[in-house]
Each structure stands twice: as structure tokens, then as C-alpha cells.
Design a protein around this ligand. Structure first.
Ligand SMILES: Cc1cc2nc3c(=O)[nH]c(=O)nc-3n(C[C@H](O)[C@H](O)[C@H](O)COP(=O)(O)OP(=O)(O)OC[C@H]3O[C@@H](n4cnc5c(N)ncnc54)[C@H](O)[C@@H]3O)c2cc1C
Length: 410
């Protein structure tokens, strides 16, 4: 592994992979480290079916993605692999169906096309050293060996803001009673006569079982979506994100209980089986690393634009509330808001940015910014800004503010 690089990206989810590819394309020597064996993060391991946040939320089907750049490129590459998967409208929003294998393939091929990019799977950032707001060294563990990396810039795409927290950055977290419900998804196969009515019947029967005291309360918010195969469906279970003890085991038990119950009340489920499950419980909400600006609910629903806006988003505020289940607040049809670069630049640090799920937004705004389409553009834009900072000593679009400092890291 290189010991020096221009840009170090930590976390190879959709945000981190986009960041690494974009950084390498600027000619910067870029290193991407990812704890797991695979790229794509939750987008790969979560058994998700749709890429959200790619399109404007309007009356008519969008012809193009809201953001250009890597998001649009990724959609085009996915389309070449499986042209039969087209944009679909679910409720009021447009989403792109995808398979995790295609996503993995496309992310991998985008990385391999970049000679300035080195990707290290199964490599975890363990600790960081910083001096006066500059990250000097990142210790990385890989196959039991530790290695030191001295980066010019660091982009924290860990989803949880792990690198920023190790560096001592400030962050916000919702109080326990407000943290959104986490999710656990299981794929069901061998369903018989599966039709659209199951999307209504599954939550109905589970809510009924909860009301009768047969199932724990959060399971009332379980949803069902049909899969692409005629005998396939996905149950998305809601899990208390605050449980930190044995929650994987607990989620598995809940999934089995739910499946058993559905097999007794719904004939379609009678001989079905759980074929796969997401890799662990997935947090919708964790740390939000404090940046130079914190995006608010008002910014989102009013469609606010910023002089340093770097990503457009039209996805509604989708909050998985502990008491009331999923709550939506939509923007006006056709409108979008912007996420300013200042949500990505970490307060108190000169060579550290965040991208993806852990950026500087309020609890409510996170309900909109966290979707994958948006995370891809955030990753890309963090990289463009980091490369600009390396070359010029200030971030693009905030020139006036930074020019006086004339700080050049490398
Ligand atoms: C239950 C649930 C359902 C969802 N459904 C959808 C959906 O249908 N559509 C949609 O678009 N979005 C959905 N989302 C949101 C979306 O999946 C995530 O917010 C998004 O994928 C986050 O991307 P990311 O790259 O920021 O983070 P992640 O995907 O979490 O990636 C972070 C990566 O960093 C790695 N990492 C962490 N720490 C370290 C470290 N110290 N060193 C090295 N690597 C590290 C992790 O292994 C991981 O691969 C859902 C989220 C949840 C929880």
C-alpha cells in the first residue's frame, strides 16, 4: 500500500467509490480503503432494490438524472448491463431498479479504469493523527498488518463519520427517542400467487398481530415489496436502532418470527422460505459530522439553492419514525434543493471532508439526503473540491472566504 497519496478515501460504499473515481480523474494519486471485501456498502450488502434520489420528483417521467457526472454515468452503465430495468414510479417518486451484482460490477469497472487509483479491500482505518486541524497520518489495518498513510486530503465516506470522529471532529446525533428506525431486509422465495395485494396485506396482518400482542411493536412497520422473479419478495423489517447488543441475532429472530406468522395467515407465504438477508442491521441515521453549514428541513422543503451548491436533490424527507412509521414531506413537484459544499467540509479541519450519509445535516434533512443517488454525487463533489484544495489552497465556490488563508496542504 502507498504510504503517501494525494487523496485518501475511507469507505467504499456508493459515496466513497464515486469519490475515489472522481479524485483519480483529476490526476490525484488516490487510495480507496474499504473494510469489507466488496464495494457498494449498504447498496451492495443491504438487499436493496432501487436507487433513489437520482431524479427530480415531477408529474412526468424524467428523461435524465438530476445531477450529471458519475451518477448519470452509473445509470448509463447499469442500463447497458440490464436494459430491461427502467425508471419506475413508486408512489410519488421515480426510482431506478438495480441488482447488487450489477452495481458491484459497475463500481468495480469504474475503479479499474483509473490508473491513478489504488483500491484496497479488507482494509480498515484504525486511527488518525492530526495536528492543528490537518490530518497527518491514517493507520490502516489489513490482514493483521498495520500500515501508515500520509494523505494530502482525506474524504470520510464511512457512513458513520468514523474517521472524522477519530480525528476529534464534532458531530450531532438525534436523542435516542428520535433516532430513526434501522432496517433489516430478508428475501423470500417460493411465494405462490404473489400479487401486488401482498404489499398491503403483509403490513396489515403484522399490525394486527402487534395489536394483539403476538409480535413486538416495531414489526408493525414491516413492508413488503415484490421482487423481479414471480416467486420473490422482500420484507423490510424495522429494528430499534438504539439496541446495540446482539441486534443482528435479534433481527434474525424477528425475521423468522415474522415469516412464520405470515406463513400461517397468508396462503402465498405457506411454503415460502427466507432465501437471504441483508448483512446485518442497517442504520438509517447515525452521526452527522458537523460541517461549516448544517442543512435544515426548511432548506429541503423550500428547495433552497446555495452559491456553493454541489448536489441537487428532490427526494422527500422520509423519516422512519419510532411511533408513527414512515413519514414523508415532499418538495413542490419539479423542484429540488441544493446541498452546499460547506456541508461536506468538516468544521475545524483543513484537509478533511465527509461525503455520503454522515454529512452535516439536521435529523430531518438527513431523511432526504441519505439516499444513494445523492450520496454518489456528494462523493464525486467532495473529491472535486479536495483536488481543487490541493492545487489552489482553497475550495471552489468559497474562494473569497479561503483566499486570505492561502493554506496549501501539500
Ligand atoms: C434499511 C435501509 C434501507 C434503505 N433503502 C434505500 C433504497 O431503497 N434506496 C436508496 O437509494 N437508499 C436507501 N437507503 C439509504 C442508502 O442505502 C444509504 O444511506 C447509502 O447507501 C449510504 O452510502 P454511503 O456510501 O454513505 O455509506 P455506506 O453504504 O454505509 O458505506 C460506507 C462504507 O464504509 C466502510 N467503512 C466504515 N468504516 C470504515 C473504516 N474504518 N475503514 C474502512 N472502511 C470503513 C463500510 O464497510 C462501508 O462499505 C437505505 C438505508 C437503510 C438503512
Amino acid at each position: 500500500m502507498n504510504t503517501h497519496c494525494d487523496i485518501l478515501v475511507v469507505g467504499g460504499g456508493v459515496a466513497g467509490t464515486a469519490a475515489a473515481v472522481a479524485a483519480a480523474r483529476t490526476g490525484c494519486r488516490t487510495v480507496l480503503i474499504e473494510r469489507e471485501q466488496y464495494l457498494g456498502g449498504i447498496g451492495y450488502s443491504g438487499l436493496l432494490q432501487h436507487l433513489c434520489g437520482l431524479y427530480v420528483n415531477s408529474e412526468t417521467e424524467p428523461k435524465e438524472t438530476l445531477n450529471n457526472g458519475i451518477a448519470r454515468e452509473l445509470v448509463s452503465l447499469l442500463g447497458k448491463r440490464t436494459p430491461q430495468r427502467k425508471v419506475v414510479k413508486i408512489g410519488q417518486v421515480y426510482v431506478l431498479p438495480y441488482s447488487r451484482d450489477d452495481l458491484q460490477f459497475v463500481l468495480g469497472s469504474l475503479c479499474s479504469a483509473e490508473p491513478s487509483l489504488s483500491v484496497f479491500p479488507e482494509a480498515e482505518a484504525l486511527s488518525v493523527e492530526s495536528n492543528q486541524g490537518v490530518l497527518m497520518n491514517v493507520t490502516v489495518g489489513r490482514s493483521g498488518i498495520t500500515q501508515e498513510i500520509q494523505p494530502g486530503m482525506v474524504i470520510d465516506c464511512t457512513g458513520s463519520g468514523a474517521v472524522s470522529v477519530m480525528a476529534g471532529a464534532s458531530f450531532d446525533m438525534a436523542p435516542p427517542e428520535r433516532v430513526q428506525l434501522a432496517g433489516y431486509i430478508v428475501q423470500i422465495r417460493a411465494l405462490v400467487n404473489r400479487d401486488d395485494s401482498l404489499s398491503i396485506k403483509v403490513p396489515y396482518y403484522l399490525a394486527d398481530a402487534v395489536n394483539k400482542g403476538k409480535l413486538p411493536p416495531f414489526l408493525r412497520f414491516t413492508t413488503f415489496t415484490p421482487g423481479e422473479e414471480p416467486d420473490e419478495g422482500f420484507c423490510k423489517l424495522s429494528i430499534d436502532g438504539q439496541i446495540d447488543h446482539d441486534r443482528e441475532q435479534l433481527a434474525r429472530q424477528y425475521a423468522e418470527t415474522v415469516h412464520r406468522y405470515l406463513s400461517t395467515v397468508l396462503p402465498s407465504f405457506k411454503d415460502s422460505r427466507i432465501a437471504a438477508s441483508s448483512r446485518g442491521v442497517m442504520d438509517r441515521e447515525g452521526r452527522r459530522i458537523r460541517g461549516e453549514y448544517t442543512l435544515t428541513e426548511d432548506d429541503v422543503v423550500r428547495g433552497r439553492k446555495f452559491p456553493d451548491g454541489v448536489a441537487k436533490n428532490s427526494w422527500p424527507i422520509e423519516l422512519w419514525d419510532r411511533e408513527r412509521g414512515t413519514l414523508y414531506r415532499y418538495l413542490k413537484p419539479g423542484d429540488y434543493y441544493e446541498i452546499p459544499l460547506r456541508c461536506l467540509t468538516v468544521q475545524g479541519f483543513r484537509n478533511l471532508l465527509c461525503a455520503g450519509r454522515c454529512i452535516s445535516v439536521s435529523h430531518e434533512a438527513l431523511g432526504s439526503t441519505r439516499v444513494m443517488g445523492t450520496c454518489i454525487t456528494l462523493g464525486e463533489q467532495a473529491a472535486v473540491a479536495a483536488a481543487h484544495y490541493l492545487r489552489h489552497g482553497y475550495y471552489p465556490q468559497t474562494r473569497e472566504k479561503r483566499e486570505t488563508a492561502k493554506e496549501k496542504i501539500t
